[in-house]
Design a protein around this ligand. Sequence first.
Ligand code: SF4
Length: 378
Amino acid sequence: MIQPILDKALAGKRLTAEDCTALLESHDFVRIGLAADEIRNRKNDPDVVTYIIDRNINYTNVCNVVCTFCAFYRRPGKPDTYVHSMDEVCARIDETIALGGTGVLMQGGLHPDFNIEWYEDLLSTLHAKYPDFQLHCFSPPEIHNISLISKLDYKTIMQRLKDAGLNSMPGGGGEILDDEVRKRVSTKCTTQEWLDVMRAAHEVGLRTTATMMFGIGDRIEHRVRHLQRIRDLQDDTGGFTAFIPWTFQRENTALGRKITEEPTGIDYLKMLSVSRLFLDNVQHIQASWLTQGIRLGQAALRFGADDMGSIMIEENVVSAAGANNEANERDLRYQIREAGYRPQQRDILYNYVNRENIDALDQSDSMKLKQLTVAFAD
Ligand code: SF4
């Protein structure tokens, strides 16, 4: 009996936590998806799906906390730890710019020695060298780590990082924003600390995204509380540009060896659609093709998502845990077109980016030709 809840959302009324629970408990994901698609079309251009060309740079894998769902981190002092030099970071940015990229998503482990000055140095050097290139960096756990090392409050840190060149902040480290779950799987910052960092970022004028990684032992009630906390903060600050849910990637992780059931494709699509319906104050919902695969990522565009995320020139964190999906710009544009939309590059703040010669990319139908060739071979 979910139709009255969907009608309520379609009438522009706000859903309650109980409504959200009922939707997540329902198996009628097609009906929920149709409503989410309708709301998506009202909030964003119904003909367009956006994507970004950027790169994840993980400046270090050294991390002084333990998350049982993470296959990326290395404890300080272990032989396979690394910290990228400035030259290595710049080489990666040069390559991104050559591919039409507009920014970088830079995150790392929680290094025990990196204070606020280390991060200011990194940002100001990059900002001086690439003044028009967007620096979308760090996450609440990293900011919390700086606050412990440098003994500064979150707002001071965010202001100093902004002054050094930070353009916006990703919503990493959210996982499930409920300490009942978080404390079982991680020793990183608490739910309240994550939210407080985000509030501080928004207060100094930075926009951020918000994420959710589910399937880490959470139940529906935890997912609902997560969404409620994002919506409440967004009511206060309006600082979130987008919400990005994805499912736990289990390979090579301690948690993955314990978990027996993982979210299905339908769980993912339903979570995406319910996010669109419940988060009535968040403009963009992003499909996570990297974790779900390009085909489910494409289907997500009809379940409430209006954005396809990044072409992901480099990714090290979820790929270490088994998400080995790959796509270049042509692949993403093809998937978007075949879902019935016009692909549109954007920057990190969702402004449209128009490059010369982009039509040539679309006119080159190598993907279609490739598929025909496979069909004939069959
Ligand atoms: S998820 Fe982040 S904070 Fe947790 S262990 Fe991995 S790198 Fe460290």
